[in-house]
Design a binder for this molecule. Structure first.
Ligand code: ADP
Ligand code: MG
Length: 315
């Protein structure tokens, strides 16, 4: 393909990650809105051919649960420009912030989870790729209320996600115990991250936050853990019992959390990777029963409509 700088009109900044910004752009010849991400590559670590091979895999990904990849081009100064599907409703971390003191509806969480697990299963089953960076900002929602994965680790170089460096600037960490300990990384590490994310979205709390501080330390806060807190946190993930929402009370509704959901989170957050289920197994879980046949689609669509309305008002 032949995407190039001069064909792209910059519309607005969608967000800045740890390594650069993502722009909403309009491709004039194709008359198509896209999201443009710039990633720098380490010229010492990667050869051009490896990058090209990896870009080809991204190109071949075709799934309703994966953000569509339109193409990429190299710039001279060790940067790759990636163009992908623009998702109207943005990433899940932003949705969580918009809700501020409301919980995600259970139907939305189910569809979200089903989409993440289906996406993970697709990437691994079809392309032998592990995502490696599941977190709320890498799950995007379209205007139709579909959830899609982006920024998967085709190569560590391309996703830019040096996990440890990430945690030094982020609010919380989604890294699994085995990853922190430097053990083999498998698709089940992504299941851990998915469980942690669900915990946060369902409760509005980070499982690692200080209970005294309440929801102010969760995903919906801008409180950043400094470097001095990170090592302590990583140690806690490895040594402490997994967090659980079972029999706990929702701070928003004051009701006990859905027990099927809690048990599902517990299954994702099994510390021993060998005993943790795979995405494929989890897709059969009672909690996700009937998501596949579209039971919640209408509800989620309506919810997406509401979100879109609020996004328009905020602008
Ligand atoms: P991070 O994922 O760590 O936040 P990124 O650089 O990957 O950093 O993305 C920055 C932000 O841009 C994301 O948080 C997300 O809100 C937004 N974003 C990224 N890709 C898209 C996309 N395809 N469509 C809409 N918004 C996007
Ligand atoms: Mg990202």
């Amino acid at each position: 393909n032949s995407l190039k700088d001069k064909d792209l009109v910059h519309l607005k900044e969608l967000g800045a990650g740890n390594y650069g910004s993502v722009l909403k752009v309009f491709h004039v010849p194709l008359q198509k809105t896209m999201a443009r991400k710039i990633v720098s590559i380490d010229s010492k670590l990667t050869t051009q051919t490896q990058i090209i091979r990896e870009l080809r895999i991204m190109h071949e990904c075709r799934s309703p649960h994966i953000v569509e990849f339109y193409g990429a081009y190299l710039r001279s100064n060790n940067t790759v420009v990636l163009c992908m599907e623009y998702c109207n409703c943005g990433s899940v971390d932003k949705l969580a912030n918009m809700l501020s003191d409301k919980a995600f509806p259970l139907s939305v969480l189910k569809v979200l989870l089903f989409s993440i697990l289906s996406g993970l299963y697709y990437l691994y089953d079809t392309h032998k790729i592990i995502h490696r960076d599941i977190k709320p900002s890498n799950v995007l929602m379209t205007h139709r209320g579909e959830f899609k994965l982006c920024d998967f680790g085709v190569s560590r170089e391309l996703t830019n996600s040096v996990a440890l460096a990430d945690t030094f600037v982020g609010t919380s960490t989604y890294m699994s115990p085995e990853r922190i300990q430097g053990n083999m990384y498998s698709i089940k590490s992504d299941v851990w991250s998915t469980g942690l994310m669900l915990y946060e979205l369902a409760s509005g709390l980070s499982p690692w936050s200080d209970p005294e501080a309440g929801h102010l330390t969760g995903i919906r806060s801008s409180k950043v853990i400094g470097p001095e807190g990170i090592l302590d946190l990583l140690q806690r993930i490895v040594n402490e019992q997994s967090p659980s929402l079972l029999n706990k009370e929702d701070q928003f509704t004051k009701k006990i959390f859905d027990s099927d959901m809690c048990r599902f989170i517990d299954k994702c957050l099994v510390k021993d990777e060998e005993h943790r289920l795979s995405p494929q197994d989890l897709l059969q879980d009672p909690f996700l029963e009937s998501v596949a046949i579209g039971t919640f689609d209408k509800e989620v669509k309506c919810w997406a409509k509401l979100i879109r309305k609020q996004l328009k008002e905020d602008n």
